[in-house]
Design a protein around this ligand. Structure first.
Ligand code: 5AD
Ligand code: FES
Length: 379
């Protein structure tokens, strides 16, 4: 799909036309990554951050926020919970926090890899090559770093360098991560003030160009304690809307353009539509959910944007809720790491004995019918 067609879809608003896009994305999703929905346990290990991103609620300048950094043992406990809930991956996410030192992160990763059957993804911001290389050697499998917007001037404006951090070439960093052997995840926000619909088409082309293993996309949600919080001063004609609908379009187009990528149905999307945002994301291209495993006492302080979904549910509640949502749309939970690089074609066929949820509304999912009554053997 090329720029012109992307733009046509991004500006299409007729329901019946969009149904074709949803169907196309869902078909590509089923034929390439299958009906499995992979669960990645998210642990928000620190909300300390040296950066001043204009969009992000945990920016250094937000003095009202209670700051925390989890202990190594707390992170390990979270990883144990992920493993016991059957997740294949744990994601350790945090602000750009120098207190998460090279040695500390390296130790935590090594402990998880030594004791638990988990793939480890890190999402700790722009870190030095030395740190990234050390963490990779310690066993980290994946790194997530969204480029946020492919519009370089807009990115530079909303993502100023921290006090002692130099401006880094974010796209170059993503390529570096790949060279280090990480599976690389990136992505963008939809509807940043100053972002045009043409910018969004470029974002999707960049996902493909970077050959991403994972693509995270969510709507921009203003946070009052940030420069982009109250005002849409930068918005104007051609402004991309930060809506649920625009986010579904981007998800669907990402799936069509990057068929084998892992694409989460994000919490930001669920925040716009608590009732069925996650399901609609899964039905329009996504194949991953990220249940939150951060201890509740910390989770409320990881407020990147306000009214975040799943902020008060325990790990077990979140798990049960996601399991229910997955089943309600005729899909099933994936097992193992769910790596995009190790995936082979034809993943859409369920493994023997792993029939999808019975009674689903999905067109191609067989329903389980009771077999003929068994004759009891009398002895
Ligand atoms: N609204 C939506 N998403 C946001 N993120 C940061 N701030 C916001 C916001 N206000 C996203 C960014 C970041 C990810 C961790 O959260 O894309 O990479
Ligand atoms: Fe820390 Fe944005 S201010 S990630």
């Amino acid at each position: 799909m090329e720029r012109g067609e992307l733009l046509r879809w991004l500006t299409e608003d007729r329901d019946e036309a969009l149904r074709e896009l949803w169907l196309r994305a869902d078909t590509v999703r089923r034929d390439t990554v299958g009906d499995e929905v992979h669960l990645r346990g998210l642990i928000e290990i620190s909300n300390r951050c040296v950066r001043q991103c204009w969009y992000c609620g945990i920016r250094a300048g937000n003095a009202a926020l209670t700051r925390y950094r989890m202990t190594a043992d707390e992170v390990i406990e979270g990883a144990q919970a992920a493993a016991s809930l059957g997740y294949g991956t744990v994601v350790l996410q945090g602000g750009e926090d120098p207190g998460l030192t090279r040695e500390w992160v390296s130790d935590v990763v090594a402990r998880i890899k030594a004791d638990l059957p988990l793939s480890v993804a890190l999402s700790l911001g722009e870190r030095s090559t030395r740190e990234l290389a050390t963490w990779r050697r310690a066993g980290a499998d994946r790194y997530l770093l969204r480029f946020e917007t492919s519009n370089a001037a807009l990115f530079a404006r909303i993502h100023p360098p921290g006090t002692d951090s130099a401006v880094r070439d974010r796209i170059g960093l993503l390529r570096e991560l790949k060279d280090l052997g990480y599976e690389v995840g990136s992505g963008s926000m939809v509807g940043i003030p100053g972002q045009s619909i043409a910018d969004i088409a470029e974002d999707i082309l960049l996902y493909r160009d970077l050959d991403l293993d994972m693509i995270g996309v969510g709507p921009f949600i203003p946070h009052p304690a940030t420069p982009l919080g109250g005002t849409l001063a930068l918005s104007g004609e051609g402004q991309a809307p930060a809506t649920e609908l625009m986010t579904y379009k981007v998800l669907a187009l990402a799936r069509v353009c990057c068929p084998r990528a892992n694409i989460p149905s994000t919490s930001a999307l669920a925040t716009l539509n608590l009732r069925e945002g996650r399901e609609l994301g899964l039905m329009r291209g996504a194949n991953v959910l990220m249940p939150n495993l951060t201890p509740l006492r910390y989770r409320v302080h990881y407020e990147i944007y306000p009214a975040k979904a799943c902020i008060r549910e325990t790990a077990q509640q979140c798990h049960a809720c996601m399991q229910h949502r997955i089943r309600s749309i005729g899909r099933h939970i994936g097992h193992g790491a769910g790596s995009a690089t190790q995936r082979s074609f034809g993943a859409g066929v369920p493994a023997p004995g792993r029939l999808p949820f019975a009674g689903s509304q999905h067109r191609h999912v067989p329903t389980l019918k009771p077999g003929p009554p068994r004759r009891e053997k009398s002895s």
